[in-house]
Design a protein around this ligand. Sequence first.
Ligand code: ZN
Length: 245
Amino acid sequence: MAIATFRFHGELADFLARERRSIEFDHSCARAATVKHAVESLGVPHTEVGRLLVNGGPATLSRIVREGDAIEVFPPATECAAGDEAPHFVADAHLGGLARFLRMLGFDTLYANTITDREILELAARERRIVLTRDRELLKCREMMRGCFVHAKKPEAQLREIAGRYGLERYMRPFTLCLHCNLPLEAIERNAVRERVPGRIAERYAQFAHCRGCQRIYWEGSHWARMREMLDACLFPRDPVGPGQ
Ligand SMILES: [Zn+2]
């Protein structure tokens, strides 16, 4: 056994028992336990660990905990995807609202309300997807490479959280994916959709897109503008009370 002191910063407090939040506390670690093992035994999935300090110096999760170590754990800073490629996601079954928002912004997000933990892990490994979930046990799985615990409960706040953590703003391509199938939308001539949309729509709009998966037709109508407003409000909320007001 090695007794070390731990302190968790920021939103990591959410994972801890109430009496351990925002304070330094002692914890007995199993012999030769790594920091990863100790942190997870305290309830914090390894995917949620950003910077790590042991006795004031930078350390990694694989460090062995020694008697008297002072361990400080910080939440992840904004993570950048490799190169200029936008991140790809797989969302857990309880995150349908968030998955839809991410697709609206053009982020490839696999989602099915029947998806199992095993399928999520396999998809994440095979297609290098980031797992989004509110299930911390799933994030503690050994096979979990890149995962993200979604703290918020409402989809709007969840989107803000994910946008912040993965710097999504620079990769956004709104309305380029089918909201139902996650497939890329393709431009289609007005003449080709005349038979498939109401007549007034065909007259009023010049630009159309369709999904090869479900054959849905999309156009920049009023629902499009409403979605855009809603996304803007999610991502760039105004202060409820501005300075000097
Ligand atoms: Zn579709």
